[in-house]
Write a protein that binds this ligand. Structure first.
Ligand SMILES: [Fe+2]
Ligand SMILES: [Fe+2]
Length: 243
């Protein structure tokens, strides 16, 4: 067990073991992941009561599982270190949306619901909470594009104006102009009215999209209720558990 000196140390070690990383691989992965995981906003999402994602899995556990699988896939494909690092960062950012998405009372227009808008919220939050990682131009474009199109072939909401009802619209307004432009441009690629159907332009984003589906479908989305909740944002099973 690696001594990490962060909360949720046990869960993180369990996940690394579940994916059968050797000691060298654990260190290589953690060097990239820890600075992101230890942020207080990420830590909040490790709490399954506060941020349930699919079934009994917390949002944080889902994100870390995606990131470890992404690491393993890039390793298998013998990617360069810088490509691998970008892919892991995209995975760690891809679902950092603003609010727990199941059973909240927000009434939104259909194409503004969680399934369509959460990648945009995640991109905005990642750029807000980890500004150092979005300074370099190429890095910034690849990472934002990967987050925004991670749900493909499920579409993403285009960001033309303020009518997307983002829960973190205020944070978006405060971002530097170049980041806002990256987010808007990326969300408009292959757009059809208010949504866009495009896979990520870059291999780093596409590999995360693949890992995300494997993780969600493999373990977390076995129930019909869970699946339906992804679209509607309402999960009756979770409500029953709460009562
Ligand atoms: Fe997602
Ligand atoms: Fe995800």
């Amino acid at each position: 067990m690696i001594n990490l000196h962060i909360q949720n140390e046990k869960l993180l070690n369990d996940l690394l073991n579940r994916f059968e990383l050797n000691e060298h691989e654990k260190k290589e992965f953690l060097q990239i992941a820890i600075p992101i995981i230890e942020h207080e906003e990420f830590q909040k999402r490790m709490n399954a009561e506060e941020f349930p994602h699919h079934a009994k899995v917390s949002l944080g556990e889902h994100i870390i599982s995606d990131a470890i699988l992404t690491y393993k896939l890039t390793k298998k494909k013998k990617w360069k270190k810088e490509e691998q690092k970008r892919a892991i960062r995209i995975a760690l950012f891809h679902d950092l949306y603003e609010l727990p998405w199941q059973n909240n009372d927000y009434k939104k227009k259909f194409f503004n619901k969680h399934g369509f808008t959460h990648p945009i919220e995640a991109a905005v939050n990642a750029a807000t909470w980890y500004p150092e990682l979005f300074k370099e131009e190429v890095e910034r474009e690849i990472i934002l594009d990967g987050i925004i199109h991670h749900m493909f072939p499920f579409p993403v909401r285009t960001l033309n104006d303020k009518d997307a009802e983002l829960h973190n619209q205020e944070k978006f307004e405060k971002l530097p102009t170049n980041i806002k432009k990256n987010i808007i441009d990326s969300s408009k690629r292959k757009k059809v009215k208010s949504i866009a159907f495009s896979r990520s332009k870059y291999q780093e984003g596409r590999i995360v999209s693949k890992a995300d589906k494997k993780i969600a479908w493999g373990k977390e989305l076995k129930s019909f209720h869970g699946l339906l909740a992804c679209v509607t944002g309402r999960n009756p099973k979770l409500e029953k558990k709460d009562k």
